[in-house]
Design a binder for this molecule. Structure first.
Ligand code: NAD
Ligand code: TDX
Length: 332
C-alpha cells in the first residue's frame, strides 16, 4: 500500500504518518507538503527512509500532483489552511489551498482512479447553543461561519460531487478539535501552555464559555486509518471522543497542571463570528467500523501534552513571538 499524504508536515498529518508507519509494516508513505508557516520537517524526523519520502510542493500544482498521484494506491488529504483567526485576517490562501488544492487532487484521483480520503472538520456544520441537547451527526445541514470553515465545507462538497458524478472512490471524515504534541502555537491549547511557560497569561476570547469537543490527535489518526481501510465509499464519518469542555475549563486545567492559580488568565476581545459550541455524535463510526478512542482521560492527555511542550521548546519557540505579536495587534 503506497499512501500519498498531503499536509503530512503539519500537526495531524505528521501524527498520522508516524501512526500508520508504526501500525502497518507494509505501508509506504509519500508526504506532499509545501512547508507553509504551519509545516515543519522537524515533525517528521527519524522515519525510515526505505518507507518514507518527502516532496515539497503545492497541492494546487496540477503538474506536480498529476505526476505523484499515479505512483500511489490512495491519497489521504490533510493539507489545508487550518486556523480560523488567520482566515479572518486574510481568506486568500484558504480559497487557494482548501478549494483549489482539493479540486486539483480530486481531478488527479479521477484521472488515475486512485482512492481518496478527505480530512475535514465539524465546523462545516456551524455551531450549537450551549443548552442544545443535540450533537452534530452525518445528516446535520452544512452551515459554516468563517472563511476557514466555509472553504472546508466547499471542499467536502467537491468531494461528494466527484463521487457522484465521476465515481471517484472517496470517503470524508469530519473531526472535532484535536490536541496533542506538534500543534502550532497559534492554536488554543498550545498557545495557552506556551504563554504560561514564557511568563505570559493565558488569553480567553469573550467570556471563555464557548465549548469545544476535544479529541487526542492519535485517536483522530486511528479513526482515519479505519475509514481508509474499511469505510464505505461515498460515505461521511464523524470523528469525536465525547470531550466537550468550555474554553475556561481547559485554561483552568492548564494553569493547575503548571502549578499556577486557576484564575491567572485574561479575558480578551472575542473572535468575530465565534462559534458557540461544537459537539460530535460519532455513533456511526463506532458502530460500523468498531472504532473507539484510546485517550479517554482528557486531564492525563493534557498533562502529557504540557510535558511535550516543556521538552520541545526548540520546536515551538521560533514561531511564538510572531504569533503573539499578530494576536496583540488585534487585542487578543
Ligand atoms: P496544520 O495547519 O497544522 O497543517 C497543515 C499542513 O498543510 C502544513 O504542514 C502545511 O505546510 C500544509 N499545507 C498548507 N497549504 C498547503 C498547500 N497549498 N500545499 C501543500 N501543503 C500545504 O493543520 P492541522 O491542524 O494538522 O489540520 C490538518 C487537517 O485536519 C486540515 O484539513 C484541517 O482542516 C483538519 N482538521 C483539523 C482539526 C484541528 O483541530 N486541528 C480538527 C478537524 C479537522
Ligand atoms: O487564544 C485563544 N483564546 C481562545 O479563547 C485562541 C487561539 C482560541 N480561543 C478559543 C477560540 C475557540 O473557541 O478557543 C477555542 C479553540 O480555538 P482554536 O484552537 O483556534 O480552534 P477552533 O477555532 O475551534 O478550530 C479548531 O478546530 C477545528 C482547528 O483550528 C480547526 O482546524 C479545526 O477544523
Amino acid at each position: 500500500m503506497r499512501l500519498l499524504v498531503t499536509g503530512g508536515a503539519g500537526f495531524i498529518g505528521s501524527n498520522f504518518v508516524r501512526y500508520v508507519l508504526g501500525e502497518r509494516p507494509a505501508v509506504r508513505v509519500t508526504v506532499l507538503d509545501n512547508l507553509s508557516y504551519a509545516g515543519s520537517l522537524r515533525s517528521l524526523e527519524g522515519l525510515d527512509p526505505e518507507r518514507f519520502r518527502f516532496v515539497r510542493g503545492d497541492i494546487a500544482d496540477a503538474d506536480l500532483v498529476g505526476g505523484l498521484v499515479p505512483e500511489h494506491d490512495a491519497i489521504v488529504h490533510f493539507a489545508a489552511e487550518s486556523h480560523n483567526d488567520n482566515s479572518l485576517r486574510d481568506p486568500t490562501p484558504f480559497v487557494h489551498t482548501n478549494l483549489v488544492g482539493t479540486f486539483t487532487l480530486l481531478e488527479a484521483a479521477r484521472r488515475h482512479d486512485v482512492r481518496f480520503h478527505h480530512i475535514s472538520t465539524d465546523e462545516v456544520y456551524g455551531d450549537l447553543a450551549l443548552d442544545d441537547p443535540a450533537r452534530f451527526t452525518e445528516s446535520t445541514p452544512y452551515n459554516p461561519s468563517s472563511p476557514y470553515s466555509s472553504t472546508k465545507a466547499g471542499s467536502d462538497l467537491l468531494v461528494r460531487a466527484w463521487v457522484r458524478s465521476f465515481g471517484v472512490r472517496a470517503t470524508i471524515s469530519n473531526c472535532s478539535n484535536n490536541y496533542g504534541p506538534y500543534q502550532h502555537v497559534e492554536k488554543f491549547i498550545p498557545r495557552q501552555i506556551t504563554n504560561v511557560l514564557t511568563g505570559l497569561r493565558p488569553k480567553l476570547y469573550g467570556d471563555g464559555l464557548n465549548v469545544r469537543d476535544w479529541i487526542h490527535t492519535e485517536d483522530h489518526s486511528s479513526a482515519v486509518l479505519a475509514i481508509l481501510e474499511r469505510g464505505r465509499i461515498g460515505e461521511t464519518y464523524l470523528i469525536g471522543a465525547d470531550g466537550e469542555r468550555s474554553n475556561r475549563e481547559v485554561v483552568e486545567a492548564i494553569l493547575e497542571l503548571l502549578g499556577e492559580p486557576s484564575d491567572a488568565y485574561d479575558l480578551v476581545r472575542d473572535r468575530p463570528g465565534h462559534d458557540v459550541r461544537y459537539a460530535i455524535d460519532s455513533s456511526k463510526l463506532r458502530a460500523e467500523l468498531g472504532w473507539a478512542p484510546r485517550y479517554t482521560d482528557f486531564r492525563a492527555g493534557l498533562a502529557a501534552t504540557i510535558q511535550w511542550y516543556r521538552e520541545h521548546e526548540d520546536w515551538w519557540r521560533p514561531a511564538k513571538d510572531e504569533v503573539e505579536a499578530a494576536y496583540a495587534a488585534q487585542g487578543q
